[in-house]
Design a binder for this molecule. Structure first.
Ligand code: NAD
Ligand code: MG
Length: 312
């Protein structure tokens, strides 16, 4: 367990885990090759090898989000799980949304949030329905007692070799999850947000540098960037900030559950300057920054976290 006896009385710097010690980022986390590990969509973190780091034992918070109320979609696993854990460690109450089949991963996150003495609200449901997106925001607001931070992070990515194999059904579902849902959820959430609130969208390197096998997905991620930049200008007058994070290859179940063919999983992250995939926890500090008041002059931005795979 991360918290040792006497933790409350320690100086802030004494609380830091190994993650905060100076070290070589090349060797800080696992490097390819990785084993093939196909699993069904949406995938579980517990079937991943090596196990991803979402900050469970490594992220240390300093109260930067004390008393804030956050909703994170796709909060059961991957990047959303890392954001949810970090937000709780920084003092926020957190609601997470996920698919009903992901209840096990979601309950693991609930336990971690509650271990920080924060309120956790678990809201399963499929965000392809506008009615559920409205209900999701209502339940989050009711469970948390308000809403200050929205992370639109849920996403679908299914690789297809050619446009001939990309069905209308997949194209439609990818757009529903990645484009329509953030629109519906944001629209409902804004009614509850006041000055100082923050919206964070998870875009991708694919927004700027599309891979041929991600024809539908890359388009949706470009949409996330345009949505971020347009909305940021619209809601600035209310004192609400809107930003996006554009990750490179991150070690999450999205990739092994159809996001990439298995031969790409074996060498996942090898094309980056650092030569390895990022771990979800390596994105947590940027979500915390964008959510916090420390980012008071940051809006309409897209922050790349790519291990040096700079497509733009
Ligand atoms: P992940 O699989 O851990 O998280 C994605 C989550 O989306 C799932 O846990 C699931 O809860 C949710 N989701 C999918 N379809 C849904 C639906 N219909 N209704 C409700 N929830 C649904 O993977 P991740 O990589 O952490 O993905 C998070 C975000 O990061 C996505 O938007 C993804 O596009 C983006 N991203 C990931 C990478 C990467 O390399 N992993 C790179 C760039 C961007
Ligand atoms: Mg998941």
């Amino acid at each position: 367990m991360r918290i040792s006896p006497g933790y409350e009385n320690m100086n802030a710097s004494d609380k830091l885990t190994d993650r905060y010690k100076k070290q070589n980022p090349l060797t800080q986390y696992p490097r390819p090759p990785f084993p093939r590990q196909p699993q069904d969509r949406p995938g579980s973190v517990n079937k991943m090898e090596p196990e991803p780091d979402h900050g469970e034992e490594s992220y240390v918070g300093f109260g930067r989000l004390k008393g804030r109320k956050a909703l994170v979609t796709g909060g059961d696993s991957g990047i959303g799980r890392a954001a949810a854990i970090a937000f709780a460690r920084e003092g926020a109450d957190v609601a997470i949304n996920y698919l009903p089949s992901e209840e096990q991963n979601a309950q693991e996150v609930v336990k971690l949030i509650e271990a920080e003495g924060r309120t956790a609200v678990a809201i399963p449901g499929d965000i392809v329905e506008e009615s559920f997106c409205k209900e999701l925001v209502q339940k989050a607001v009711a469970g948390l007692g308000g809403l200050d931070i929205l992370v639109n992070n849920a996403g679908r990515q299914t690789a297809q070799k050619s446009i001939d194999e990309l069905t209308t059904e997949q194209f439609d579902n990818t757009f529903k999850v990645n484009v329509y849902a953030p629109f519906w959820i944001t629209k409902a959430a804004l009614a509850h947000m006041s000055a100082g609130a923050s919206i964070i969208n998870t875009a991708s390197v694919q927004s700027f540098d599309p891979s041929p096998n991600l024809l539908d997905y890359a388009q949706t991620k470009a949409c996330n960037v345009a949505f971020t930049k347009a909305l940021a200008q619209q809601v600035a007058e209310k004192g609400i900030r809107v930003n996006a994070v554009a990750p490179g290859p991150i070690w999450t179940p999205l990739q092994s559950s159809g996001g990439q063919p298995q031969d790409k999983i074996e060498k996942f992250g090898s094309t980056t300057a650092l030569g390895r995939p990022g771990q979800p926890v390596e994105l947590a500090p940027i979500y915390v920054l964008l959510a916090s008041q420390e980012a008071s002059y940051i809006t309409g931005e897209v922050m790349g976290i790519t291990g040096g795979e700079m497509p733009y």
